[in-house]
Write a protein that binds this ligand. Structure first.
Ligand SMILES: [Zn+2]
Length: 595
Protein backbone atom coordinates (compact mmCIF):
# COMPACT_ATOMS: atom_id res chain seq x y z
CA UNK A 1 0.00 0.00 0.00
CA UNK A 2 1.26 3.46 -0.82
CA UNK A 3 1.29 5.80 2.13
CA UNK A 4 -1.42 8.44 1.75
CA UNK A 5 -1.32 11.95 3.06
CA UNK A 6 -4.79 13.20 3.76
CA UNK A 7 -5.68 16.87 3.64
CA UNK A 8 -6.50 18.50 6.99
CA UNK A 9 -8.82 21.06 5.42
CA UNK A 10 -12.17 20.40 3.81
CA UNK A 11 -13.61 21.17 0.43
CA UNK A 12 -16.72 23.37 0.56
CA UNK A 13 -16.38 24.79 -2.97
CA UNK A 14 -17.83 21.57 -4.26
CA UNK A 15 -21.24 22.74 -2.98
CA UNK A 16 -21.06 26.48 -3.63
CA UNK A 17 -17.79 28.00 -4.88
CA UNK A 18 -16.45 31.14 -3.19
CA UNK A 19 -17.29 30.65 0.50
CA UNK A 20 -19.44 33.38 2.04
CA UNK A 21 -19.17 35.46 -1.17
CA UNK A 22 -20.61 32.69 -3.30
CA UNK A 23 -23.11 33.91 -5.92
CA UNK A 24 -24.24 30.33 -6.42
CA UNK A 25 -25.20 30.15 -2.76
CA UNK A 26 -27.28 33.34 -2.95
CA UNK A 27 -29.08 31.84 -5.95
CA UNK A 28 -29.68 28.68 -3.94
CA UNK A 29 -31.23 30.69 -1.10
CA UNK A 30 -33.57 32.39 -3.59
CA UNK A 31 -34.57 28.99 -4.91
CA UNK A 32 -35.28 27.63 -1.41
CA UNK A 33 -37.34 30.71 -0.64
CA UNK A 34 -39.48 30.12 -3.72
CA UNK A 35 -39.82 26.43 -2.85
CA UNK A 36 -41.10 27.23 0.64
CA UNK A 37 -43.59 29.72 -0.77
CA UNK A 38 -44.82 27.20 -3.29
CA UNK A 39 -45.12 24.57 -0.55
CA UNK A 40 -47.20 26.88 1.62
CA UNK A 41 -49.39 27.92 -1.29
CA UNK A 42 -50.19 24.34 -2.17
CA UNK A 43 -51.19 23.57 1.43
CA UNK A 44 -53.53 26.54 1.51
CA UNK A 45 -55.07 25.50 -1.80
CA UNK A 46 -55.49 21.91 -0.63
CA UNK A 47 -59.03 20.77 -0.06
CA UNK A 48 -58.17 18.13 2.51
CA UNK A 49 -61.77 16.95 2.76
CA UNK A 50 -61.76 15.99 -0.92
CA UNK A 51 -59.59 13.07 0.13
CA UNK A 52 -57.52 13.07 -3.06
CA UNK A 53 -54.21 11.42 -2.38
CA UNK A 54 -52.58 12.90 -5.48
CA UNK A 55 -52.84 16.36 -3.92
CA UNK A 56 -51.15 15.24 -0.74
CA UNK A 57 -48.44 13.45 -2.69
CA UNK A 58 -47.71 16.68 -4.53
CA UNK A 59 -47.65 18.65 -1.30
CA UNK A 60 -45.25 16.16 0.25
CA UNK A 61 -42.98 16.36 -2.77
CA UNK A 62 -42.80 20.11 -2.22
CA UNK A 63 -42.22 19.57 1.49
CA UNK A 64 -39.30 17.31 0.67
CA UNK A 65 -37.77 19.70 -1.83
CA UNK A 66 -37.91 22.69 0.50
CA UNK A 67 -36.69 20.60 3.42
CA UNK A 68 -33.60 19.30 1.59
CA UNK A 69 -32.74 22.68 0.09
CA UNK A 70 -32.98 24.30 3.50
CA UNK A 71 -30.80 21.62 5.12
CA UNK A 72 -28.18 22.07 2.40
CA UNK A 73 -28.18 25.83 3.13
CA UNK A 74 -28.04 25.42 6.91
CA UNK A 75 -25.10 23.02 6.62
CA UNK A 76 -23.18 25.32 4.32
CA UNK A 77 -23.57 28.31 6.65
CA UNK A 78 -22.66 26.22 9.72
CA UNK A 79 -19.45 25.16 8.01
CA UNK A 80 -18.58 28.73 7.01
CA UNK A 81 -19.17 30.07 10.50
CA UNK A 82 -17.22 27.27 12.15
CA UNK A 83 -14.13 27.48 9.95
CA UNK A 84 -13.75 31.22 10.60
CA UNK A 85 -15.59 32.88 13.47
CA UNK A 86 -14.73 36.34 12.08
CA UNK A 87 -16.50 35.75 8.76
CA UNK A 88 -19.00 38.63 8.95
CA UNK A 89 -20.63 37.69 5.66
CA UNK A 90 -21.28 34.20 6.95
CA UNK A 91 -23.10 35.66 9.95
CA UNK A 92 -25.29 37.69 7.59
CA UNK A 93 -26.07 34.55 5.63
CA UNK A 94 -27.05 32.87 8.89
CA UNK A 95 -29.70 35.55 9.37
CA UNK A 96 -31.23 34.80 5.96
CA UNK A 97 -31.24 31.04 6.59
CA UNK A 98 -32.85 31.48 10.02
CA UNK A 99 -35.70 33.47 8.58
CA UNK A 100 -36.21 30.89 5.81
CA UNK A 101 -36.35 28.18 8.47
CA UNK A 102 -38.99 30.13 10.34
CA UNK A 103 -41.07 30.49 7.13
CA UNK A 104 -40.77 26.76 6.65
CA UNK A 105 -41.99 26.11 10.22
CA UNK A 106 -45.03 28.29 9.64
CA UNK A 107 -45.84 26.32 6.48
CA UNK A 108 -45.54 23.09 8.47
CA UNK A 109 -47.97 24.39 11.11
CA UNK A 110 -50.51 24.89 8.31
CA UNK A 111 -49.89 21.38 7.02
CA UNK A 112 -50.26 19.82 10.45
CA UNK A 113 -53.49 21.65 11.14
CA UNK A 114 -54.86 20.50 7.78
CA UNK A 115 -54.02 16.92 8.85
CA UNK A 116 -55.98 17.35 12.08
CA UNK A 117 -59.04 18.55 10.19
CA UNK A 118 -59.25 15.37 8.15
CA UNK A 119 -61.79 13.07 9.67
CA UNK A 120 -60.35 9.82 11.13
CA UNK A 121 -61.82 7.31 8.63
CA UNK A 122 -60.80 9.48 5.69
CA UNK A 123 -57.33 9.84 7.14
CA UNK A 124 -56.97 6.07 7.44
CA UNK A 125 -58.03 5.62 3.81
CA UNK A 126 -55.62 8.31 2.72
CA UNK A 127 -52.51 6.89 4.35
CA UNK A 128 -53.34 3.38 3.15
CA UNK A 129 -52.82 4.55 -0.42
CA UNK A 130 -49.74 3.22 -2.17
CA UNK A 131 -47.45 6.25 -2.36
CA UNK A 132 -48.19 7.27 1.22
CA UNK A 133 -47.93 3.88 2.86
CA UNK A 134 -44.23 4.04 3.57
CA UNK A 135 -44.71 7.41 5.27
CA UNK A 136 -47.45 6.24 7.64
CA UNK A 137 -45.43 6.57 10.82
CA UNK A 138 -44.26 10.12 10.24
CA UNK A 139 -47.62 11.28 8.89
CA UNK A 140 -49.54 9.77 11.81
CA UNK A 141 -47.03 11.27 14.21
CA UNK A 142 -47.41 14.76 12.73
CA UNK A 143 -51.19 14.51 12.93
CA UNK A 144 -51.20 13.16 16.48
CA UNK A 145 -48.80 15.83 17.78
CA UNK A 146 -50.75 18.58 16.04
CA UNK A 147 -53.97 17.33 17.63
CA UNK A 148 -52.41 17.69 21.06
CA UNK A 149 -51.72 21.35 20.41
CA UNK A 150 -54.06 24.34 20.44
CA UNK A 151 -55.83 25.88 17.47
CA UNK A 152 -53.84 27.16 14.51
CA UNK A 153 -54.50 30.76 15.61
CA UNK A 154 -53.39 30.12 19.19
CA UNK A 155 -50.28 28.17 18.17
CA UNK A 156 -49.35 30.91 15.68
CA UNK A 157 -49.72 33.49 18.42
CA UNK A 158 -47.55 31.40 20.76
CA UNK A 159 -44.89 31.13 18.04
CA UNK A 160 -44.95 34.86 17.53
CA UNK A 161 -44.78 35.67 21.23
CA UNK A 162 -42.06 33.06 21.75
CA UNK A 163 -39.57 35.05 19.68
CA UNK A 164 -39.16 37.61 22.47
CA UNK A 165 -40.85 35.89 25.38
CA UNK A 166 -39.15 32.51 25.16
CA UNK A 167 -36.25 32.23 22.72
CA UNK A 168 -35.34 35.74 23.86
CA UNK A 169 -34.40 34.31 27.26
CA UNK A 170 -31.99 31.90 25.62
CA UNK A 171 -30.37 34.87 23.88
CA UNK A 172 -30.29 36.65 27.23
CA UNK A 173 -28.37 33.68 28.63
CA UNK A 174 -25.86 33.86 25.77
CA UNK A 175 -25.46 37.59 26.39
CA UNK A 176 -24.73 37.07 30.10
CA UNK A 177 -22.23 34.30 29.38
CA UNK A 178 -20.42 36.22 26.64
CA UNK A 179 -19.74 39.06 29.13
CA UNK A 180 -18.48 36.69 31.76
CA UNK A 181 -14.74 36.41 32.24
CA UNK A 182 -12.80 34.43 34.78
CA UNK A 183 -9.63 35.88 36.30
CA UNK A 184 -6.66 33.54 36.49
CA UNK A 185 -3.07 34.01 37.64
CA UNK A 186 -0.56 32.81 35.08
CA UNK A 187 3.20 33.34 35.47
CA UNK A 188 2.60 35.90 38.20
CA UNK A 189 0.20 38.13 36.31
CA UNK A 190 -3.58 38.04 36.21
CA UNK A 191 -5.32 37.24 32.93
CA UNK A 192 -9.03 37.17 32.08
CA UNK A 193 -10.19 33.88 30.60
CA UNK A 194 -13.34 33.21 28.59
CA UNK A 195 -15.65 30.47 29.87
CA UNK A 196 -14.27 28.01 27.31
CA UNK A 197 -10.63 28.80 28.13
CA UNK A 198 -11.30 28.45 31.85
CA UNK A 199 -12.97 25.11 31.32
CA UNK A 200 -9.83 23.69 29.69
CA UNK A 201 -7.92 24.34 32.92
CA UNK A 202 -9.97 21.65 34.70
CA UNK A 203 -7.92 19.00 32.90
CA UNK A 204 -4.65 20.46 34.16
CA UNK A 205 -2.14 18.12 35.86
CA UNK A 206 -1.64 20.68 38.60
CA UNK A 207 -4.22 20.57 41.39
CA UNK A 208 -3.49 24.14 42.45
CA UNK A 209 -4.41 25.32 38.94
CA UNK A 210 -7.66 23.34 39.04
CA UNK A 211 -8.51 24.53 42.52
CA UNK A 212 -7.83 28.19 41.76
CA UNK A 213 -9.78 28.17 38.54
CA UNK A 214 -12.71 26.44 40.26
CA UNK A 215 -12.81 29.01 43.06
CA UNK A 216 -12.90 31.82 40.50
CA UNK A 217 -15.33 29.83 38.35
CA UNK A 218 -17.90 29.36 41.14
CA UNK A 219 -17.43 33.00 42.16
CA UNK A 220 -18.00 34.31 38.64
CA UNK A 221 -21.17 32.25 38.14
CA UNK A 222 -22.26 33.20 41.64
CA UNK A 223 -21.95 36.90 40.84
CA UNK A 224 -24.25 36.44 37.83
CA UNK A 225 -26.59 34.06 39.61
CA UNK A 226 -29.47 36.52 40.14
CA UNK A 227 -29.54 37.37 36.42
CA UNK A 228 -29.21 33.70 35.52
CA UNK A 229 -31.94 32.65 37.91
CA UNK A 230 -34.32 35.30 36.55
CA UNK A 231 -33.55 34.07 33.04
CA UNK A 232 -34.11 30.41 33.90
CA UNK A 233 -37.30 31.13 35.84
CA UNK A 234 -38.88 33.10 32.99
CA UNK A 235 -37.79 30.69 30.28
CA UNK A 236 -39.26 27.73 32.17
CA UNK A 237 -42.29 29.80 33.17
CA UNK A 238 -43.12 30.41 29.51
CA UNK A 239 -42.67 26.73 28.68
CA UNK A 240 -44.91 25.67 31.57
CA UNK A 241 -47.59 28.21 30.67
CA UNK A 242 -47.75 26.81 27.12
CA UNK A 243 -47.88 23.24 28.44
CA UNK A 244 -50.71 24.20 30.78
CA UNK A 245 -52.74 25.79 27.98
CA UNK A 246 -52.29 22.64 25.91
CA UNK A 247 -53.39 20.54 28.88
CA UNK A 248 -50.03 18.78 29.27
CA UNK A 249 -49.40 17.90 32.92
CA UNK A 250 -46.19 15.92 32.59
CA UNK A 251 -43.22 18.25 32.02
CA UNK A 252 -41.52 15.42 30.13
CA UNK A 253 -44.31 14.94 27.58
CA UNK A 254 -42.80 17.13 24.87
CA UNK A 255 -39.29 15.75 25.37
CA UNK A 256 -40.44 12.13 25.29
CA UNK A 257 -42.54 12.65 22.19
CA UNK A 258 -39.71 14.41 20.47
CA UNK A 259 -37.42 11.47 21.23
CA UNK A 260 -40.10 8.92 20.29
CA UNK A 261 -39.72 7.04 23.53
CA UNK A 262 -42.01 6.03 26.38
CA UNK A 263 -41.91 7.11 30.00
CA UNK A 264 -41.53 3.47 30.98
CA UNK A 265 -38.31 3.19 28.97
CA UNK A 266 -36.93 6.36 30.52
CA UNK A 267 -37.79 5.28 34.07
CA UNK A 268 -36.28 1.83 33.78
CA UNK A 269 -33.10 3.23 32.21
CA UNK A 270 -32.54 5.56 35.18
CA UNK A 271 -33.49 2.86 37.66
CA UNK A 272 -30.84 0.48 36.31
CA UNK A 273 -28.30 3.29 36.44
CA UNK A 274 -29.25 4.19 40.03
CA UNK A 275 -28.93 0.56 41.08
CA UNK A 276 -25.43 0.31 39.64
CA UNK A 277 -23.61 3.33 41.10
CA UNK A 278 -21.27 1.39 43.34
CA UNK A 279 -18.51 0.44 40.87
CA UNK A 280 -18.35 4.02 39.59
CA UNK A 281 -18.10 5.36 43.13
CA UNK A 282 -15.25 2.91 43.68
CA UNK A 283 -13.56 4.20 40.55
CA UNK A 284 -13.79 7.78 41.83
CA UNK A 285 -12.37 6.71 45.19
CA UNK A 286 -9.51 4.91 43.47
CA UNK A 287 -8.84 7.89 41.26
CA UNK A 288 -8.65 10.08 44.38
CA UNK A 289 -6.11 7.71 45.89
CA UNK A 290 -4.03 7.62 42.70
CA UNK A 291 -3.95 11.41 42.71
CA UNK A 292 -2.91 11.34 46.36
CA UNK A 293 -6.02 12.74 47.96
CA UNK A 294 -8.74 11.70 50.36
CA UNK A 295 -11.71 12.53 48.14
CA UNK A 296 -12.03 14.07 44.70
CA UNK A 297 -13.58 17.50 44.41
CA UNK A 298 -15.72 18.51 41.45
CA UNK A 299 -12.68 20.14 39.84
CA UNK A 300 -10.66 16.92 40.02
CA UNK A 301 -13.06 14.85 37.93
CA UNK A 302 -11.28 15.68 34.65
CA UNK A 303 -7.76 15.56 36.06
CA UNK A 304 -5.46 13.18 34.18
CA UNK A 305 -4.10 10.27 36.22
CA UNK A 306 -1.12 9.56 34.00
CA UNK A 307 0.94 11.41 31.43
CA UNK A 308 1.92 8.34 29.47
CA UNK A 309 -0.86 8.69 26.92
CA UNK A 310 0.23 7.88 23.36
CA UNK A 311 0.05 10.58 20.70
CA UNK A 312 -1.24 10.12 17.14
CA UNK A 313 -0.42 12.34 14.17
CA UNK A 314 -3.42 13.08 11.94
CA UNK A 315 -2.24 10.56 9.34
CA UNK A 316 -1.70 7.92 12.04
CA UNK A 317 -5.12 8.67 13.51
CA UNK A 318 -6.77 8.33 10.10
CA UNK A 319 -5.03 5.03 9.36
CA UNK A 320 -5.90 3.74 12.83
CA UNK A 321 -9.59 4.48 12.32
CA UNK A 322 -9.78 3.03 8.81
CA UNK A 323 -7.99 -0.17 9.85
CA UNK A 324 -10.12 -0.82 12.89
CA UNK A 325 -13.38 0.06 11.20
CA UNK A 326 -12.42 -2.70 8.73
CA UNK A 327 -12.50 -5.27 11.55
CA UNK A 328 -16.17 -4.43 11.98
CA UNK A 329 -17.11 -4.17 8.33
CA UNK A 330 -15.82 -3.23 4.90
CA UNK A 331 -18.54 -0.70 4.13
CA UNK A 332 -17.81 1.40 7.20
CA UNK A 333 -14.09 1.25 6.50
CA UNK A 334 -14.39 2.17 2.81
CA UNK A 335 -16.74 4.95 3.69
CA UNK A 336 -14.26 6.45 6.18
CA UNK A 337 -11.39 6.13 3.71
CA UNK A 338 -13.38 7.97 1.08
CA UNK A 339 -14.29 10.73 3.54
CA UNK A 340 -10.57 11.32 4.20
CA UNK A 341 -9.67 11.15 0.51
CA UNK A 342 -12.48 13.39 -0.71
CA UNK A 343 -11.72 16.17 1.79
CA UNK A 344 -14.84 15.86 3.89
CA UNK A 345 -12.96 16.74 7.05
CA UNK A 346 -11.75 20.07 8.49
CA UNK A 347 -9.23 19.18 11.20
CA UNK A 348 -6.46 21.79 11.00
CA UNK A 349 -5.33 23.35 14.28
CA UNK A 350 -5.39 27.12 13.63
CA UNK A 351 -6.76 30.22 15.39
CA UNK A 352 -10.19 31.62 14.55
CA UNK A 353 -11.96 28.26 14.39
CA UNK A 354 -15.01 27.50 16.50
CA UNK A 355 -14.27 25.13 19.40
CA UNK A 356 -15.77 21.62 19.46
CA UNK A 357 -16.70 19.22 16.70
CA UNK A 358 -19.72 18.35 14.57
CA UNK A 359 -20.87 16.48 11.51
CA UNK A 360 -23.38 17.96 9.09
CA UNK A 361 -24.94 16.61 5.93
CA UNK A 362 -25.47 18.05 2.47
CA UNK A 363 -28.45 16.02 1.31
CA UNK A 364 -28.57 17.43 -2.21
CA UNK A 365 -25.02 16.18 -2.78
CA UNK A 366 -25.20 12.95 -0.78
CA UNK A 367 -22.19 14.04 1.23
CA UNK A 368 -21.31 15.09 4.78
CA UNK A 369 -18.70 17.36 6.31
CA UNK A 370 -16.91 16.94 9.61
CA UNK A 371 -15.52 19.77 11.68
CA UNK A 372 -12.99 19.54 14.52
CA UNK A 373 -9.57 20.72 15.63
CA UNK A 374 -6.97 17.98 15.69
CA UNK A 375 -4.00 18.20 18.03
CA UNK A 376 -2.53 14.67 18.12
CA UNK A 377 -4.27 13.30 21.23
CA UNK A 378 -6.16 10.05 21.55
CA UNK A 379 -9.28 12.12 22.38
CA UNK A 380 -8.98 13.69 18.92
CA UNK A 381 -8.85 10.27 17.25
CA UNK A 382 -11.92 9.34 19.23
CA UNK A 383 -13.77 12.53 18.21
CA UNK A 384 -12.88 11.89 14.58
CA UNK A 385 -14.27 8.35 14.80
CA UNK A 386 -17.38 9.72 16.55
CA UNK A 387 -18.10 12.25 13.79
CA UNK A 388 -17.40 9.67 11.07
CA UNK A 389 -20.02 7.51 12.80
CA UNK A 390 -22.55 10.33 12.38
CA UNK A 391 -21.61 10.66 8.71
CA UNK A 392 -21.99 6.91 8.23
CA UNK A 393 -25.48 7.08 9.71
CA UNK A 394 -26.46 9.60 7.01
CA UNK A 395 -24.77 7.48 4.35
CA UNK A 396 -26.64 4.36 5.54
CA UNK A 397 -29.91 6.21 4.98
CA UNK A 398 -29.09 7.33 1.44
CA UNK A 399 -31.90 5.29 -0.19
CA UNK A 400 -34.49 6.01 2.47
CA UNK A 401 -37.36 8.38 1.65
CA UNK A 402 -36.18 11.85 2.80
CA UNK A 403 -39.25 12.28 5.00
CA UNK A 404 -38.27 9.08 6.83
CA UNK A 405 -34.76 10.35 7.53
CA UNK A 406 -35.41 12.60 10.51
CA UNK A 407 -34.26 10.90 13.68
CA UNK A 408 -34.27 12.32 17.18
CA UNK A 409 -31.40 13.24 19.47
CA UNK A 410 -31.46 9.96 21.42
CA UNK A 411 -30.79 7.79 18.37
CA UNK A 412 -28.61 10.43 16.72
CA UNK A 413 -25.78 9.48 19.07
CA UNK A 414 -26.04 5.76 18.31
CA UNK A 415 -23.82 5.41 15.24
CA UNK A 416 -21.32 7.94 16.58
CA UNK A 417 -20.87 6.24 19.94
CA UNK A 418 -20.71 2.90 18.16
CA UNK A 419 -17.81 4.05 15.96
CA UNK A 420 -16.08 5.53 18.99
CA UNK A 421 -16.37 2.22 20.85
CA UNK A 422 -14.84 0.24 17.95
CA UNK A 423 -11.80 2.50 18.01
CA UNK A 424 -11.54 2.58 21.82
CA UNK A 425 -11.54 -1.21 22.09
CA UNK A 426 -8.93 -1.53 19.34
CA UNK A 427 -6.68 1.05 21.01
CA UNK A 428 -6.97 -0.78 24.33
CA UNK A 429 -6.05 -4.09 22.78
CA UNK A 430 -2.98 -2.57 21.16
CA UNK A 431 -1.73 -0.61 24.18
CA UNK A 432 2.01 -1.21 24.57
CA UNK A 433 2.31 -0.75 28.32
CA UNK A 434 0.23 -0.36 31.48
CA UNK A 435 0.48 3.43 31.47
CA UNK A 436 -0.93 3.66 27.97
CA UNK A 437 -3.62 1.15 28.79
CA UNK A 438 -4.66 2.96 31.97
CA UNK A 439 -4.93 6.26 30.13
CA UNK A 440 -7.22 4.68 27.52
CA UNK A 441 -9.30 2.87 30.11
CA UNK A 442 -9.72 6.05 32.08
CA UNK A 443 -10.83 7.94 29.01
CA UNK A 444 -13.53 5.28 28.41
CA UNK A 445 -14.64 5.32 32.05
CA UNK A 446 -14.80 9.12 32.02
CA UNK A 447 -17.52 8.83 29.37
CA UNK A 448 -19.45 6.48 31.63
CA UNK A 449 -19.08 8.88 34.57
CA UNK A 450 -20.28 11.77 32.40
CA UNK A 451 -23.31 9.90 31.06
CA UNK A 452 -24.33 7.86 34.09
CA UNK A 453 -23.55 10.42 36.82
CA UNK A 454 -23.23 13.95 35.46
CA UNK A 455 -26.13 13.74 32.99
CA UNK A 456 -28.17 11.92 35.62
CA UNK A 457 -27.67 14.89 37.97
CA UNK A 458 -28.79 17.29 35.24
CA UNK A 459 -31.91 15.22 34.61
CA UNK A 460 -32.87 14.98 38.29
CA UNK A 461 -32.25 18.66 38.83
CA UNK A 462 -34.23 19.71 35.78
CA UNK A 463 -37.31 17.57 36.46
CA UNK A 464 -37.39 18.67 40.11
CA UNK A 465 -36.84 22.28 39.19
CA UNK A 466 -39.78 22.25 36.75
CA UNK A 467 -42.06 20.73 39.40
CA UNK A 468 -40.97 23.43 41.85
CA UNK A 469 -41.41 26.14 39.23
CA UNK A 470 -45.05 25.12 38.75
CA UNK A 471 -45.63 26.49 42.28
CA UNK A 472 -43.90 29.81 41.62
CA UNK A 473 -40.52 31.48 41.16
CA UNK A 474 -37.58 29.44 42.45
CA UNK A 475 -34.94 31.39 44.37
CA UNK A 476 -31.24 31.29 43.59
CA UNK A 477 -30.49 29.68 46.94
CA UNK A 478 -33.02 26.96 46.22
CA UNK A 479 -31.54 26.35 42.75
CA UNK A 480 -28.09 25.92 44.27
CA UNK A 481 -29.46 23.55 46.86
CA UNK A 482 -31.38 21.44 44.34
CA UNK A 483 -28.35 21.24 42.05
CA UNK A 484 -25.99 20.16 44.79
CA UNK A 485 -28.49 17.60 46.12
CA UNK A 486 -28.82 16.07 42.66
CA UNK A 487 -25.03 15.89 42.29
CA UNK A 488 -24.60 14.24 45.69
CA UNK A 489 -27.24 11.72 44.85
CA UNK A 490 -25.95 10.76 41.42
CA UNK A 491 -22.25 10.73 42.37
CA UNK A 492 -23.08 8.54 45.37
CA UNK A 493 -21.73 11.13 47.84
CA UNK A 494 -18.25 10.35 46.58
CA UNK A 495 -16.99 13.91 46.14
CA UNK A 496 -15.70 16.32 48.74
CA UNK A 497 -16.93 19.45 47.01
CA UNK A 498 -19.69 19.92 44.41
CA UNK A 499 -20.65 22.56 41.85
CA UNK A 500 -23.85 24.25 43.09
CA UNK A 501 -23.88 26.88 40.31
CA UNK A 502 -23.83 24.21 37.62
CA UNK A 503 -27.43 25.15 36.74
CA UNK A 504 -25.99 28.50 35.62
CA UNK A 505 -22.82 27.32 33.91
CA UNK A 506 -24.51 24.67 31.75
CA UNK A 507 -25.98 26.07 28.56
CA UNK A 508 -28.19 23.02 28.03
CA UNK A 509 -30.75 24.15 30.62
CA UNK A 510 -31.36 27.25 28.51
CA UNK A 511 -31.93 25.67 25.11
CA UNK A 512 -35.48 26.46 24.01
CA UNK A 513 -35.67 24.47 20.76
CA UNK A 514 -35.15 21.10 22.42
CA UNK A 515 -36.49 20.58 25.96
CA UNK A 516 -34.60 18.40 28.46
CA UNK A 517 -31.31 18.39 26.65
CA UNK A 518 -29.88 15.64 28.81
CA UNK A 519 -31.44 12.16 29.01
CA UNK A 520 -31.19 11.53 25.23
CA UNK A 521 -27.39 11.54 25.64
CA UNK A 522 -27.51 8.74 28.19
CA UNK A 523 -30.06 6.84 26.14
CA UNK A 524 -27.90 7.07 23.01
CA UNK A 525 -24.81 5.94 24.89
CA UNK A 526 -26.36 2.83 26.43
CA UNK A 527 -28.41 2.02 23.33
CA UNK A 528 -25.26 2.07 21.27
CA UNK A 529 -23.41 -0.13 23.77
CA UNK A 530 -26.31 -2.59 23.57
CA UNK A 531 -25.96 -2.73 19.80
CA UNK A 532 -22.21 -3.11 20.17
CA UNK A 533 -22.63 -6.11 22.48
CA UNK A 534 -25.09 -7.56 19.97
CA UNK A 535 -22.65 -6.99 17.10
CA UNK A 536 -19.84 -8.74 18.94
CA UNK A 537 -22.03 -11.78 19.45
CA UNK A 538 -23.04 -11.91 15.80
CA UNK A 539 -19.49 -11.49 14.48
CA UNK A 540 -18.28 -10.28 11.12
CA UNK A 541 -21.54 -10.48 9.21
CA UNK A 542 -23.30 -7.97 11.40
CA UNK A 543 -22.58 -4.91 9.27
CA UNK A 544 -25.56 -5.27 6.90
CA UNK A 545 -27.90 -5.80 9.85
CA UNK A 546 -26.43 -2.74 11.52
CA UNK A 547 -27.11 -0.73 8.38
CA UNK A 548 -30.74 -1.90 8.29
CA UNK A 549 -31.14 -0.75 11.88
CA UNK A 550 -29.75 2.69 11.04
CA UNK A 551 -32.10 2.90 8.05
CA UNK A 552 -35.12 2.51 10.33
CA UNK A 553 -34.10 5.16 12.88
CA UNK A 554 -36.30 7.87 11.31
CA UNK A 555 -39.61 6.03 11.10
CA UNK A 556 -40.41 4.19 14.32
CA UNK A 557 -40.35 4.56 18.08
CA UNK A 558 -37.16 3.50 19.86
CA UNK A 559 -39.05 0.60 21.42
CA UNK A 560 -40.09 -0.66 17.98
CA UNK A 561 -36.57 -0.17 16.65
CA UNK A 562 -35.04 -2.24 19.46
CA UNK A 563 -37.67 -4.95 19.17
CA UNK A 564 -37.31 -5.27 15.40
CA UNK A 565 -33.52 -5.18 15.12
CA UNK A 566 -32.22 -6.46 18.43
CA UNK A 567 -35.16 -8.50 19.64
CA UNK A 568 -35.14 -6.72 23.00
CA UNK A 569 -37.68 -4.89 25.11
CA UNK A 570 -36.47 -1.43 26.12
CA UNK A 571 -39.06 -1.19 28.89
CA UNK A 572 -37.34 -4.06 30.73
CA UNK A 573 -34.20 -3.77 32.85
CA UNK A 574 -32.29 -6.52 31.04
CA UNK A 575 -31.19 -4.50 28.01
CA UNK A 576 -30.02 -1.54 30.09
CA UNK A 577 -28.22 -3.78 32.55
CA UNK A 578 -26.23 -5.36 29.70
CA UNK A 579 -25.07 -1.89 28.57
CA UNK A 580 -24.16 -0.77 32.08
CA UNK A 581 -22.31 -4.08 32.61
CA UNK A 582 -20.00 -3.21 29.71
CA UNK A 583 -19.12 0.05 31.47
CA UNK A 584 -18.58 -1.80 34.76
CA UNK A 585 -16.21 -4.23 33.05
CA UNK A 586 -13.88 -1.34 32.21
CA UNK A 587 -14.06 -0.09 35.79
CA UNK A 588 -13.22 -3.55 37.16
CA UNK A 589 -10.21 -3.81 34.89
CA UNK A 590 -9.06 -0.37 35.98
CA UNK A 591 -9.49 -1.28 39.65
CA UNK A 592 -7.54 -4.50 39.30
CA UNK A 593 -4.70 -2.78 37.41
CA UNK A 594 -4.37 -0.10 40.09
CA UNK A 595 -4.74 -2.26 43.22
ZN1 LIG B 1 -22.32 13.28 18.38
Amino acid sequence: MTPTTYSMTWNLDEFFPGGSSSKEFLAHLEKVKAEIQSFEKSIKAWDAASNKDTDLVHILEKFQKADLGLEQAESFVSCLQAQNMDDVKANELRGIVTSLASNFDTALTHLDKAFVQIEESNWQKLIELEPLQELQFVLNERRRLAAEKLSKEEETLINDLAVDGYHGWEEMYDAIVSQLSIPFKEDGKEVQLSVGQAQNKFSSHDREVRKNIFTEWEKAWGEQSELLSTTLNHLSGFRLAVYKKRGWNDVLQEALEYNRMSKETLDIMWKVISDNKKPFVEFLERKARLLGMEKLNWYDLDAPITDSAKTYSYQEGAAFIINHFREFGSELSHFAEKAFEDKWIEAEDRPGKRPGGFCTSFPLSNQSRIFMTYSDTYENVSTLAHELGHAFHTYAMKDVHPLNCHYAMNVAETASTFAETIVADAALKLAKNDGEKLALLESKIQSSIALLMNIHARFLFETRFYEERKKGMVSTAKLNEMMEDAQKETYGDSLGQYHPHFWGSKLHFYITDVPFYNFPYTFGYLFSLGIYAHAKKEGKDYEQKYISLLKDTGKMTVEELAKKHLGVDLTKAEFWQAGVDLCIKDVEEFLSMTK
